[in-house]
Design a protein around this ligand. Structure first.
Ligand code: EPU
Length: 312
């Protein structure tokens, strides 16, 4: 068996504010999963940089958590998890609005509307943080973040701080280079246009409302669980396979939208995993289609045996 190093984590890592054994129920919108053994919560960019540099130097893998709205956790997670807790401050300069990565994307959209600035209406109804929105070039209703993105700040995997304008190739449909690289988004500035405050606010309200009518947003959920297969709707396939209302413990296929698997109370990770597996198997049986997860799934994430191990 490979020897496991039992050195303690370095001081520059443990000096970053952190909490131990935080239930993922408190860190994700779905509320499923075990414990986050090590949750690092930098409150400014230099603490975030210290975390990244220490992990890079030690070869220690980690995960980045935003608002946990597109995430299904199926275990306790032993790896360090990084969640920014920067002050929730927006800065306005003329038509530009800047937000830290930990700021809510919907909140930013609402603040822009309040300020009579147009361009972020699409974001109303898309949960998650500004960092998450950057990571996936969030969009809806024919608009997307890259349409208004002026500059963004991030830390490279080595901990170098970069602020730049977006360049061709960095952002595509629901994808950005962040998706393929462990760079950490720190914040962004969007350039908006002046508009009629009441009209922008009304559009934001309409976009919020649209989701609420077809999706079970009053239940704990992680958005759509499966990707839409080419030319089809995962929700409709699940619906047509007669799976709405199917339940394993407190995990349920929403009767409102088949592609939402919701937590009706205290669904365990095992119940949720079983429901996902059953839905995939039954859709395969009924339609011959293999559904792929759309959400990010974390399971069994431990530091590899060759890297530093968490102190007991
Ligand atoms: N439908 C059913 N039964 C269902 C669910 C849907 O018959 O249980 C039918 C609907 O009637 C509609 C079609 O399937 O004719 C498509 O449904 P919907 O309009 O709800 O859109 P979707 O393809 O299921 C996508 C995104 C959602 C996004 C909505 C609206 C994916 C996987 N899903 O859903 O995104 O909110 O469009 O823009 O791309 C997410 O990303 O987490 C998410 C939920």
């Amino acid at each position: 068996m490979e020897a496991i190093l039992q050195q303690p984590w370095p001081d520059d890592l443990t000096r970053v504010p952190h909490r131990r054994d935080v239930p993922f129920a408190k860190l994700t919108t779905l509320g499923v999963g075990g414990l986050c053994r090590w949750l690092f919560e930098p409150t400014d960019e230099s603490q975030a940089q210290a975390f990244i540099r220490a992990c890079a130097r030690e070869g220690l893998p980690y995960r980045i958590l935003g608002m946990g709205s597109n995430l299904v956790i199926l275990d306790d997670i032993e790896m360090p998890v990084l969640r920014l807790r920067f002050p929730a401050e927006l800065k306005r300069e003329g038509l530009s609005l800047s937000a830290p990565a930990s700021f809510g994307h919907i909140r930013m959209s609402q603040a822009a509307a309040e300020a009579g600035l147009s361009g972020l209406e699409y974001a109303a109804g898309i949960p998650g943080s500004v960092g998450g929105a950057l990571r996936m070039n969030a969009g809806a209703y024919g608009a997307e973040l890259i349409d208004v993105l002026a500059t963004f700040r991030f830390l490279t995997p080595e901990g170098e701080l970069i602020e730049k304008r977006p360049e061709p190739g960095e952002f595509h449909y629901r994808w950005s280079f962040f998706a393929d690289s462990p760079s950490l988004a720190l914040g962004m500035t969007v350039k908006l246009v002046e508009g009629d405050r009441e009209r922008i606010k009304a559009q934001v309200a309409v976009n919020m409302e649209k989701r609420g009518t077809s999706q079970p947003l009053s239940k704990r959920n992680a958005g759509c669980i499966f990707k839409n297969p080419p030319g089809a709707s995962a929700g409709r396939l699940i619906d047509q396979a007669g799976l709405k209302g199917l339940r394993v413990g407190d995990a349920e296929v929403s009767p409102e939208h088949g592609n939402f698997l919701v937590n009706m109370g205290h669904a365990s990770a095992a119940e949720f995993a079983e429901l996902m597996d059953t839905v995939r198997a039954k859709v395969k049986e009924a339609h011959g289609v293999e559904l792929e997860p759309e959400v990010e799934i974390w399971r069994n994430l431990k530091p590899p045996a060759a890297s530093l191990q968490p102190p007991a």
